[in-house]
Write a protein that binds this ligand. Structure first.
Ligand code: PMP
Length: 356
């Protein structure tokens, strides 16, 4: 498939090629059943098998024990910004760490729906534990483990004395996570897990069942926990694709291997930035640099369009930064190969040499 680009999109983003090829092979006739997965009832034995296997693979990948529910929802990260306060602020205030676009949006939604406080606010880095100030009535502490737009990751899991809730949309399945430290984590699938339209929620069972009175049935986590995520029709095709991604991930070596690769890929790009003598700038404190979204600016912003055009000519796509922060962003999720990263790194070095 030589006409495919090196895709650095932030999400929806690159999918593993073997996954796309398998889905294409099976598209019109799934495993000889005479129909597509798209045409199958979500209550059929075959589909329920795919669903259960996907949950099991996630449990294996993250070593998730029976104290936790693994649920498949819709509505993306944005709906989780609402579901978290609806389900967890009946006993106190949500305490939020704000250090980028997505944690800020989550806080604003929580403030609208329940009780929410800012526990810490930082720029260009993740906060340190000793800076976090919880309110007296704190019910949970919320943070975004990887700020996709800003390119900021938490180097370690915050230690706070209340339920820990994390938006892991953009670093899901990219590293081992000790799930038992968390009350709940969620992730939109469209970066490392599968296509847009599916959101995975992993929650400690004992915390469910205390939503605010006004919570609609479909926004109560318990609805999904009690129905194996089939209270209504789930996003079947997205779950099927995520099933294929899990098979691929396990074959490639699991989350430990993904962590090794993401360190190698991100270090390679940050090295080019750091050795460019200020031609490329990354403003994030070094220990908080994202391993998924490498964000950088050209010192001479007037060269932005030339840089993007030159990248396109080398088959490098989707590296324009988010409209809010500008500059460039190379998203290097699990399906982005080292070959793609090396191609981008070589291009960046050559471009800097040609325009210095
Ligand atoms: N959280 C994070 C960390 C994200 O990267 C995104 C989207 N890129 C969202 C939340 C919002 O996700 P959605 O568009 O699926 O609502």
């Amino acid at each position: 498939m030589s006409n495919r680009i090196y895709n650095f999109a932030a999400g929806p983003s690159a999918m593993p090629l073997p996954v796309l090829e398998e889905a294409a092979r099976e598209m019109t006739n799934w495993k000889g059943r005479g129909l597509s997965i798209l045409e199958m009832s979500h209550r059929s034995k075959d589909f329920v098998g795919i669903y259960k296997e996907t949950v099991e693979m996630l449990r294996d990948l993250y070593k998730i024990d029976d104290d936790y529910e693994v649920m498949f929802l819709q509505g993306g990260g944005h709906l989780q910004f609402a579901m978290v306060p609806l389900n967890f602020s009946s006993e106190g205030a949500g305490n939020y760490a704000i250090n980028g676009v997505w944690s800020k949006k989550a806080f604003l939604e929580a403030q609208r729906l329940g009780k929410a406080e800012i526990a810490i606010q930082t720029e260009n880095r993740a906060p340190r534990d000793e800076e976090i100030r919880l309110s007296k009535d704190a019910s949970y502490f919320y943070y975004c483990s990887n700020e996709t737009v800003n390119g900021i990751r938490y180097p370690s899991i915050p230690k706070v004395g209340v339920k820990l809730i994390s938006d892991m949309s953009s670093d899901f399945l990219s590293q081992p996570v000790p799930i038992n430290k968390f009350g709940l984590i969620f992730a939109g699938a469209q970066k490392n897990f599968g296509p847009a339209g599916l959101t995975v929620v992993i929650a400690r069972k004992e915390l469910l069942g205390k939503p605010l009175d006004k919570t609609p049935t479909m926004l109560n986590y318990e609805t999904y926990a009690k129905s194996e995520s089939m209270y209504n029709t789930p996003p079947t095709f997205a779950i099927y694709m995520s099933n294929l991604v899990c098979h691929w991930l396990i074959k490639e070596g699991g989350v430990e291997e993904m962590q090794r690769r993401s360190i190698a890929k991100s270090s390679h790009l940050y090295k080019v930035i750091d050795e460019s003598e200020g031609f490329y700038i990354n403003k994030i404190q070094k220990d908080s640099r994202s391993r998924m979204n490498v964000v950088f600016n050209l010192k001479n912003e007037a060269l932005n369009e030339v840089f993007l055009d030159g990248a396109k000519a080398k088959n490098i796509g989707n590296i324009k930064g988010h409209r809010i922060v500008g500059g460039m962003r190379a998203s290097i999720y699990n399906a982005v190969t080292m070959e793609a990263v090396e191609t981008l790194a070589e291009y960046m070095k050559q471009f800097a040499a040609d325009h210095s």
